[in-house]
Design a protein around this ligand. Structure first.
Ligand code: PMP
Length: 384
């Protein structure tokens, strides 16, 4: 099987697995215990914090370990709003293509009375900066935008947004989940105040991530308790945190080479697929994008059908569509780009990783040729 769903999750790397297994066997004491076993766990936790901080470009004291990016995002938004309220700022500004969990939080906040504004995107998936400029005003507590979209891979203009936010005294949060291991962008080179990350997009384990909170910002906790310097209660997930540290260290060792490799794979994949038929469309091609993500459409062939055929041909991928009780809903990202529901329901995402090989891409193109070209030819005939 060729796994092209790295934006959903990545395979844990051997370094992470080994360190986690070791931690489960030998470092199972509570890092808060004062005895020697607890102190050993505490030492390993401090060490992991330094290693993850080095990867992200922040100080260890700025790092709050969480259960993943969803929790980090919630902490950033709810904490950012709470801080804003103390300064008379009440409005929240997000992009309209944020992760579904973030949009669900925005919906709940709206129902509770918070004013939430969503920055629109343009047809190519890039953020509408002119609209952002109009929306980011003096009553804004927090601007929260993803570093790159998980469906299209399109990168957001973080530097410009940070400037806009800071010009009016608002805080800036970046959901950097999809940037890790796919971009050289780091917290220290950004102007962000808050930065979310998840280990499982980086060949680390699921259920662990972090929020970077810029030094000097007294962001309130989401989960009260004494751990993480009173910023995140709950006994630390030490095996997960150590797996995260191992994955981060491994990723930084080869990041430059990995990025070149991913760029080469993306060029091969898109060139190969576009050459097959004029009915193939790649989204956001003219934008700055993650090198591992290709969101595309084969005519109007339904994504579920395309994915089933690809899987039979040995390729695992995803669509941005959300399944709910009422059936499959087209992706909110493609709808926001102005695509019709019919076209949006045809979009699939192929996302590569550092273990993907050039031969895999050749096989994917062969799989599309065998499994999808006949259907595309039928579609073209029917339309003629
Ligand atoms: N934000 C983005 C942009 C994501 O892609 C994801 C994972 N799909 C998340 C947040 C949620 O991360 P986690 O699974 O660690 O909660």
């Amino acid at each position: 099987m060729i796994y092209l769903d790295h934006n959903a999750t990545t395979r844990p790397c051997p370094e992470a697995i080994e360190e986690m297994q070791d931690a489960l066997r030998t470092l199972w004491a509570n890092p808060s215990s004062t005895h020697t076993a607890g102190q050993a766990a505490r030492g390993a936790l401090a060490d992991a914090r330094t290693r993850v901080a080095r990867f992200l470009g922040c100080q260890g004291t700025e790092l709050v370990f969480t259960s993943g990016a969803t929790e980090a995002n919630h902490m950033a938004v709810l904490g950012g709003l709470a801080l804003g309220r103390t300064r008379g700022r009440t409005r929240l500004v997000l992009s309209c293509i944020e992760h579904p969990a973030m949009l669900a939080l925005a919906q709940r906040l709206r129902a509770e009375g918070t004013i939430v504004d969503l920055i629109p995107v343009q047809a190519d998936g890039s953020l509408d900066l002119a609209a952002a400029e109009r929306l980011i005003g003096a009553d804004v507590a927090l601007v929260s935008v993803m570093g790159a979209n998980n469906e299209t891979g399109v990168c957001m203009p973080l530097a410009a947004l940070e400037q806009l936010a800071h010009a009016v005294g608002a805080l800036m949060h970046v959901d950097a989940t999809q940037l890790a291991g796919r971009s050289e962008q780091r917290f220290d080179a950004s102007g962000a105040d808050l930065w979310s990350i998840s280990a499982h997009k980086l060949h680390g384990p699921k259920g662990v991530g972090a929020l970077v909170v810029r030094k000097g910002l007294s962001l309130p906790a989401l989960l009260c308790g004494r751990q993480e310097r009173q910023r995140r209660g709950g006994t630390e997930n030490l095996p997960g945190i150590l797996g995260f540290a191992a994955a981060a260290e491994r990723a930084s060792l080869t990041l430059a080479a990995d990025l070149l490799h991913l760029q080469d794979l993306q060029a091969r994949l898109e060139r190969g697929l576009l050459a097959l038929s004029p009915q193939v469309q790649v989204y956001g091609r003219s934008c700055q994008r993650l090198p591992n993500t290709s969101c595309l459409r084969f005519g109007l062939l339904d994504a579920d059908r395309v994915l089933a055929r690809l899987e039979r041909a040995g390729v695992l991928a995803s669509s941005g569509a959300a399944c709910s009780a009422g059936g499959t809903q087209p992706s909110h990202v493609l709808l926001a780009m102005g695509e019709s529901p019919e076209r949006a329901k045809a979009a699939i995402r192929l996302s590569t990783g550092r273990d993907t090989r050039a031969e895999d891409i050749e096989q994917v193109i062969a799989a599309v040729t065998g499994a999808l070209l006949p259907l595309l030819a039928d579609e073209a005939l029917a339309a003629a």
